[in-house]
Design a protein around this ligand. Structure first.
Ligand code: OAD
Length: 250
């Protein structure tokens, strides 16, 4: 494992452009359940019932009930994995993070270029007038919450059956084409089109490196290496190794 971390740190030093693609496993150590692991979100909430755009239009209370319960239970903060990715950016190695997560934790950790592939649950928008609201400022006593114009508010996240926001898709695709190394962290890589980004990176000549406690469909096929382990342990390990290799102590 240590050898692999050194190898990856060396690859990072060689690569001139690095992109990270992250999924729910990135935030697992912040106390946010993943979707498909044991005890994951989709075990508790049927995605067709709670997270499909058609349900939202017919029964908007449902997704809001899930969100309200989640908001009450989880007060998540960035974990050492998020902090390590922010540090990689500050050290000048990481260009952008493409995230499937809607929890805003990369932004909170300090990454300045975060491509929100599936939107962001920290915002909601009015489906009638288009006004945006900060989630923390919305009154969730009566569901669904409504705008001042009386329109229904929708969390600004991508529901099943909805397209990826155009700008996020374009930027993610460009980043995947341009990067020389893609770090794929904490995603099962089964949801498309996000899962196609490592394939694009590979096709354009990048090294693809996974960090995950479990192999994924990318392992041994698209990825060059997988470091088996938790993001909150492996990513700080890579940052420390980079500091050792470059003689940088801060
Ligand atoms: P999944 O729940 O499908 O996969 C989570 C991945 O994280 C798995 O591969 C785990 O092995 C890994 N994992 C668990 N703990 C970890 C840790 N501490 N460190 C690193 N990895 C860990 O989540 P996603 O791949 O993000 O979409 O799912 C993709 C999309 O499916 C989500 O964005 C969401 C969902 O339906 C929408 O809601 C549109």
């Amino acid at each position: 494992m240590e050898n692999l971390i050194t190898k990856v740190a060396q690859e990072i030093l060689k690569a001139k452009r690095i992109t990270a693609l992250t999924g729910a496993g990135m935030s697992a150590e912040s106390g946010i359940p993943t979707f498909r692991d044991k005890g994951g979100f989709w075990e508790k909430y049927d995605p067709n019932e709670y997270a499909h755009i058609n349900t939202f239009f017919t029964n908007p209370e449902k997704p809001w009930q899930m969100l309200k319960a989640f908001d009450k239970e989880v007060k998540a903060e960035p974990n050492p994995g998020h902090i390590a990715l922010a540090e990689l950016e500050k050290m000048g190695y990481l260009n952008e993070v493409i995230t499937q997560n809607v929890d805003n934790l990369h932004q909170q950790a300090g990454n300045t270029d975060v491509i929100e592939f599936h939107g962001n649950f920290r915002r909601a928008l009015c489906l009638t007038c288009g006004r945006y609201y900060e989630m923390g400022k919305i009154n969730l006593d009566v569901l669904p919450p409504r705008c001042e114009c009386k329109g229904v508010l929708k969390p600004d996240a991508v529901f099943f059956g909805e397209p990826i926001p155009e700008d996020a898709f374009r930027r993610a695709h460009e980043a995947s084409q341009k990067c020389k190394l893609m770090l794929v962290v904490g995603t099962s890589a089964v949801v498309y089109p996000a899962a196609s980004m490592p394939q694009v990176a590979k096709q354009y000549g990048a090294k693809v490196i996974e960090v995950n406690p479990e192999p994924t469909p990318l392992t041994g096929y698209i990825s060059d290496y997988i470091i088996i382990g938790k993001a909150g342990e492996i990513l700080p390990g890579i940052v420390n190794e980079l500091k050792k290799l470059t003689g940088c102590s801060t």
